[in-house]
Design a protein around this ligand. Structure first.
Ligand code: NAP
Ligand code: GDD
Length: 348
């Protein structure tokens, strides 16, 4: 992929260490980009999801570069953007856990709302000397207590959590920067998307990790909250392609990415445990800690616009998604069981 000057394109990804950031980085490298990612300093390594694509930056053929930064540090973001001069900026960084946003509302707003504004402001400054394009990771969570079903780009928002309120702010600022400054800025309104790289405290991965550990005798019970909520679950790998397509289009716009199907947590439990020839009702118990002060009961997306304009379609069903996550997690559980056996042998 070349830019207007005929050079390979350069992209900057915030949240590169997260689920989506890692898949997007892989896709952009495959497309021939130079990829820069922002990572947070932490006391333990937080680059597991991208270690397999990272090479020594001193190598002549290195194409992935990491920089310390934080969405709450606007000056740092602006310096990075002005130095790197990316053709495309993907703002995927966020405090992305809805339940946690009730515990940390101010931090969530600083990262997820003001952080997005910091990215837009940095992009606006770069755009004055070199054209750049911005993708903002907006969320179906913004529809909240939904006002219509299925939800489209025209459905009004009714957010139900500090996280969702922060994402609504970032959505509107992205549209505002597009109108006010002629910045090429797009919102992807993505419905839930999962993968073997999904964080282990989101419900699908929590289920597939626990079920596979139960299968191998490493865990006895799985504690969950509301099993009746419905989600439109897709595969993260399919969705990052949609993000990229939004920034390749001639004009900036906002798009829903979804599967057009919705399932309860119970149905996801069915798909997971059936694949392991187990019955989840023997293992799952309710823990009120996992209920939320306000819940989003139903999400179901209509992705017609993305299909018609971008040619994007999801390729993985919810059942296939559950099965590929189980297959991956079963391997992790097997390795854990082997390590436990070796440790037992050593102590005997
Ligand atoms: P994720 O796995 O939780 O990744 C979040 C990323 O943001 C991580 O790299 C994290 O870094 C980084 N981050 C958090 N706080 C930061 C800060 N203050 N400064 C810089 N980076 C920070 O999320 P994901 O599932 O990949 O989702 C990507 C984006 O899409 C998020 O904005 C999320 O809200 C949004 N979204 C996700 C979904 C979904 O279903 N997955 C749906 C709609 C929208 P660490 O690794 O250091 O924690
Ligand atoms: N996390 C979690 N843990 N959720 C549970 C549990 C549990 O033990 N038990 C039931 N649930 C229910 C939640 O109440 C919610 O209704 C549903 O499972 C999905 O929860 P999550 O997997 O945490 O995802 P989410 O829908 O709240 O948010 C995700 O999707 C959004 C897009 O709609 C996140 O990825 C957000 O960042 C994203 O914007």
């Amino acid at each position: 992929m070349s830019n207007a000057s005929g050079n390979p394109k350069t992209a900057l990804i915030t949240g590169i260490t997260g689920q989506d950031g890692s898949y997007l980085a892989e896709l952009l490298l495959e497309e021939g980009y130079f990829v820069h990612g922002i990572v947070r300093r932490s006391s333990t390594f937080n680059t597991d999801r991208i270690d397999h694509i990272y090479t020594d930056p001193h190598n002549a053929d290195a194409r992935l570069f990491l920089h310390y930064g934080d969405l709450t540090d606007g000056q740092n973001l602006t310096n990075l953007v002005l130095n790197i001069e990316p053709d495309e900026i993907y703002n995927l960084g966020a405090q992305s856990h809805v339940r946690v946003s009730f515990d940390n509302p101010v931090y969530t707003v600083q990262t997820t709302a003001v952080g997005a504004l910091n990215v837009l402001e940095a992009a606006r400054q770069l755009n004055r000397k070199k054209p750049t394009r911005v993708y903002q990771a907006s969320s179906s969570e913004m529809f909240g207590d939904v006002l219509e079903t299925p939800q489209t780009e025209k459905t009004p928002f009714q957010p139900q959590s500090p996280y969702a309120c922060a994402k609504v702010y970032a959505f509107h600022q992205t549209v505002n920067y597009r109108h006010a400054y002629d910045l090429f800025a797009c919102n992807g309104i993505l419905f839930n998307h999962e993968s073997p790289r999904r964080g282990e405290t989101f419900v699908t991965r929590k289920i597939t990790r626990a079920a596979t550990r139960i299968k191998l005798g490493l865990q006895e019970k799985l504690y969950l909250g509301n099993l009746d909520a419905k989600r439109d679950w897709g595969y993260a790998k399919d969705y990052v392609r949609g993000m990229w397509l939004m920034l390749q289009h001639d004009t900036p716009d906002d798009y829903v990415l979804a599967t057009g199907e919705t399932y309860t947590i119970r149905q996801f439990l069915d798909y997971t445990f059936e694949h392991l020839e187990l019955d989840w009702k023997d293992y799952v118990e309710t823990d009120p800690r996992y209920f939320r002060p306000t819940e989003v009961d139903l999400l179901l997306g209509d992705y017609s616009k993305a299909k018609n304009v971008l040619g994007w379609e999801p390729e993985t069903s919810c059942k296939e998604l559950a099965q590929l996550m189980v297959d991956y997690d079963l391997e992790l559980a097997r390795n854990e069981a082997v390590r436990a056996t070796i440790a037992q042998g050593k102590s005997a």
